[in-house]
Write a protein that binds this ligand. Structure first.
Ligand SMILES: Cc1cc2nc3c(=O)[nH]c(=O)nc-3n(C[C@H](O)[C@H](O)[C@H](O)COP(=O)(O)OP(=O)(O)OC[C@H]3O[C@@H](n4cnc5c(N)ncnc54)[C@H](O)[C@@H]3O)c2cc1C
Length: 355
């Protein structure tokens, strides 16, 4: 079987859904493929989005609760609460709503379809579908396939630097209005979080494999401590985790007629691990660039996409990377509260120039 499309989107997370929607709304023929049976399931996310992308959380069932601020706990036991407003969403519903918007714009979605081979010279992707292998030829491909991008692997591009994570969804004894974060040697190269969502919360942690291979023990210890404090229940409603890119942008975001977006592009914040907002924004920009390139024959549209992403994100990513490098050195000798404050976005010291 052979299929031809203007735009092939690989992966239907927030980046892929936004890209498919933008490209289809411009009148391009768009096929988006997703290896999972159900879009967004299982959830691998703490489900916090910043306020500016709240408009993507308007579909019924997506918004779970509002967040006012963040309480950050330092190793000595001191803590500080800062205004960091945002929304807790049902991440599966969030991704599904973006995908449905793409369908409404005319995109075709194929679930349970995995990209297994890419011949970039021939603009041809081989996809395993439930009924067998299919070849798809495309005029432009958008790689929205997350931190382990198979598109990048097919092009022999280097793997992204990542941290790993582990997360439990636990019951809350009473609703909370702030997210909580723990900075500690227990989570080297990362941090632990409790993100409340109604009468549940996502309790998780991320760490750098160079410094520790054990997240279970410190996360279980934090869970027990929160049970003892009467904040959460002992049940683990669900368990998840995943890799989070922390090394900044890929060397190139555009290779010929292939555009990288979201986590596949390395857009996740190297300190917080947040990537939903950048995934949606980059997906939209890539979909728009596809339309300028394919419909209006603007040859510079793809270069413009790369330039726009770099202009928007390089300052914050470079600053975060500099803080990360500094923190990597500090882990070796043990970090005090002052060093943690410099390395965490909730404190003013984070935004000072890195020497
Ligand atoms: C534990 C955890 C907690 C997080 N919490 C937050 C948070 O609270 N807030 C936040 O902003 N960010 C958070 N992030 C980061 C956020 O989840 C990502 O930045 C975001 O999902 C990136 O979206 P994306 O569309 O680029 O990639 P993804 O969401 O990873 O989507 C990629 C899609 O591509 C599909 N795919 C991959 N390979 C193929 C293939 N070969 N063929 C077909 N389909 C394929 C995958 O199945 C997947 O659905 C968290 C990450 C983790 C791991």
């Amino acid at each position: 079987m052979l299929k031809q499309v203007d735009v092939l989107v690989v992966g239907l997370g927030p980046a892929g859904g936004a890209a498919a929607s933008a490209a289809a709304s411009a009148g391009l023929s768009v096929l988006a493929i997703e290896r999972k049976h159900q879009i967004g399931v299982p959830v691998q996310c703490a489900e916090f989005i910043p306020l500016p992308i709240g408009r993507y959380a308007q579909t019924a069932g997506v918004l779970q609760q509002r967040i006012s601020g963040m309480t950050s706990h330092l190793p000595t036991g001191l803590n500080a609460t800062s205004a960091l407003p945002g929304l807790m969403v049902d991440r599966a519903a969030f991704d599904q709503a973006l995908a449905q918007q793409a369908v409404a714009q005319g995109a075709e979605l194929w679930g349970e379809c995995r990209l297994v081979r890419l011949d970039a010279q021939r603009c041809c992707a081989v996809v395993n579908t439930p009924t067998g292998a299919t070849e798809i030829t495309y005029r432009l491909l958008i790689a929205a396939d997350g931190p382990h991008s198979s598109v990048a692997a097919s092009l022999n591009l280097p793997a992204l630097e990542t941290v790993y994570s582990r997360q439990y969804t636990v019951p809350l004894h009473k609703p909370l209005e702030n997210t909580e974060v723990w900075l500690s040697a227990d989570f080297p190269g990362g941090y632990a979080w409790l993100f409340p969502s109604g009468m549940r919360a996502n309790l998780g942690a991320g760490a750098d494999k160079r410094f520790t291979h054990d997240l279970k023990q410190p996360l279980d210890a934090l869970h027990h401590s929160l049970i003892e404090q009467g904040i959460v229940g002992a049940d683990i409603i669900s368990l998840t985790g995943g890799l989070i890119p922390v090394g900044g942008l890929r060397a190139e975001l555009v290779l010929g007629n292939i555009l990288f977006v979201g986590d596949a592009a390395g857009l996740t914040h190297p300190i917080t691990g947040a990537g939903i907002a950048a995934a949606v924004a980059s997906g939209e920009l890539a979909g728009e660039a596809a339309a300028h390139y394919l419909q209006e024959h603007q040859r510079e549209a793809l270069v413009d996409y790369e330039n726009e992403i770099r202009e928007r994100y390089t300052p914050s990513l470079q600053h975060a990377l500099a803080r990360r490098r500094q923190r990597d050195e500090d882990w070796q000798t043990g970090m005090n509260d002052a060093q943690h404050r410099q390395a965490w976005i909730a404190f003013p010291e984070y935004f000072e120039e890195v020497l």
